[in-house]
Structure formats: structure tokens, C-alpha cells
Write a protein that binds this ligand. Sequence first.
Ligand SMILES: C[S@@+](CC[C@H](N)C(=O)[O-])C[C@H]1O[C@@H](n2cnc3c(N)ncnc32)[C@H](O)[C@@H]1O
Length: 295
Amino acid sequence: MTARPTHLAAAAAARLAGAGVPSARVDAEILLAEALGIDRGRIPVADDASVAQQAAYEALVARRAAREPLQHILGRAYFGPLTLAVGPGVFVPRPETELLAVWAARQVGRGSDRTRPARSAPGPGIVDLCAGSGALGLYLAATVPDARVVLVERDPAALGYLVRNVAAATLAGTVTVLAADVRDPGLPGRLTELLGTVDLVVSNPPYVPEGADLDREAAADPALALFSGADGLDLIRELARRGAAAGRRGAVAVEHDDANGAGAAGLLTAAGFAGVEQHRDLTGRPRYVTGRMDA
Ligand SMILES: C[S@@+](CC[C@H](N)C(=O)[O-])C[C@H]1O[C@@H](n2cnc3c(N)ncnc32)[C@H](O)[C@@H]1O
């Protein structure tokens, strides 16, 4: 027997809410659109769902009710203009990171205060440390004309998604993937070999304090992508020290735990960055710090 899509979505939303899924209604509609192969906005005017479509929808809803992340079920995540392949083994990009991406694009993109290079000069050299699926670096490579972006990631599973996303992206610049540990003392040399100069370093590193409570969706992200010492600042400490070398004469932007705005800013200042500023996300929480090297 066929069923009205709006009725299916309402029943699924109630089921997902009962399972503790945040934004149950939105997720129910996104999964229904997926099962029916239509845009979410067309659900109210869609034809009735066939028995096969209802079975497909039931399978998707059951996975979400078991708290599998929506993006794992879909196999994709949206980040600005990008659609990124994601799944088990790679961190799911978060909307709050888009604010850092927008800030970063302004530093080196059109309309920035940066003196534009002569036409024949190379475009800005940008490094994304801890690149994951490529959200930050690919955002910049897609939106900043002539950008030369190096994406650094050490986890083989994440690198698999990253390489796929690089191949699928429409770029305004060029991209190089470097399989490396950002704590490698030789990394700054490899970056300047690749880029000549580094104008901008961006990073959304692991920053969750060990032992912190996570919701079930976040717990599906790899531990390597999440945790960074007792206070969540271990890797940012390293990045501040080593980024001070890699980011000579350039800007830096680093995302952090919302409890660590002052801590992350203090680390950048202590490493010698100038003009260190704290930035909040759309919920008003401290979310990323920026600074620059003038040397
Ligand atoms: C929070 S995720 C962020 C991913 C991506 N930048 C984003 O915003 O979606 C952190 C990433 O850093 C990687 N990572 C952790 N420690 C690293 C290290 N020492 N060197 C290189 N990558 C590292 C993890 O594998 C993970 O992909």
C-alpha cells in the first residue's frame, strides 16, 4: 500500500525524537528525500511512496534511530559550497568551522587587505593542518583564486576520504595532499619547499579534553580527530610552536574547544604571533583564534 510522504515524515520524526535525535524533524525529512530521490522541499507535493520506497526509508530511519550520524548514512556532508564524502574513519565537518573558513578566505582572497600579488606572481600559499575530509583547505582552494593549498593529514582512513574529495572538487587553485604528522619537526621545511612562502595556516585540530562527555553522533568520529590531552590543548600547543615557523609572514587561524578561547589565544601570543584575536561561533561560544607573524 502506498503512503503519503508527509505522514511518513511525521511518524519518523516522532520515532527519532523518541530516540533522542537532535533535530529529529529535519533529519526525518532529509532521509525521506533521500529514499524518494527528491529535494526535501518537494515532500509536501510528492507522489505517494511505493512499498519499496517505504522499506528503503524504514531502513534509513532505523539507522538514524540507532544514532548513526546523518552524514554517515548519506555518505556526504556539506561545507560551504562543498559536498564532501564522509563516513566511518573520518571526522564529519561541522558548520561552526565555516566561520573560520570565511575569515581565512578574507585574509587571502579578493577584497582582502592583503596586497594582491602582480598577475604573474603565484597565488597565496595556504596550509591546512589536520585536514580530515579536506573541509577547510578545499573551501579555500574552491573560493580563493590561484590559491596553492597543501592539506596535511596523518590518518590513513581520513586520507582515503581526503584524496577522494580533492579529486571531486571544483577548484579555483591547486591542491597538494601531504600524508604527515603535523608534529614532525621537518614539516615546515617540506611546506616551504612545496609552496615557497606560506601566507596562511588554518587548522581545525583535535581539541576535545580527554574524558569529556560526547553525544552519540560525535562519539562516531575517530578518537584521533577528537582528543588532545587532558585540557584539549596538546596539539594546539604544538601547532602554536611549530606554526610560528611554518606561518612566517603569514596569518594563522586555529579552532578550539569553547572552554579554551583564552588558553588558545595565550599559546599563540606566547609563540610570538601578533594581533591575536578570539572569535565566537554563531551560538556565541569562543570557537577560534587568529593571529599573524610579521617577521
Ligand atoms: C577535528 S578533525 C578536523 C578535520 C577537518 N579539518 C575538519 O574541519 O573537518 C582533526 C583531524 O586531525 C587529524 N590529526 C590528528 N592528529 C594529527 C597529527 N598529529 N598530524 C596530522 N593530522 C592529525 C585527525 O586524523 C583528523 O582528521
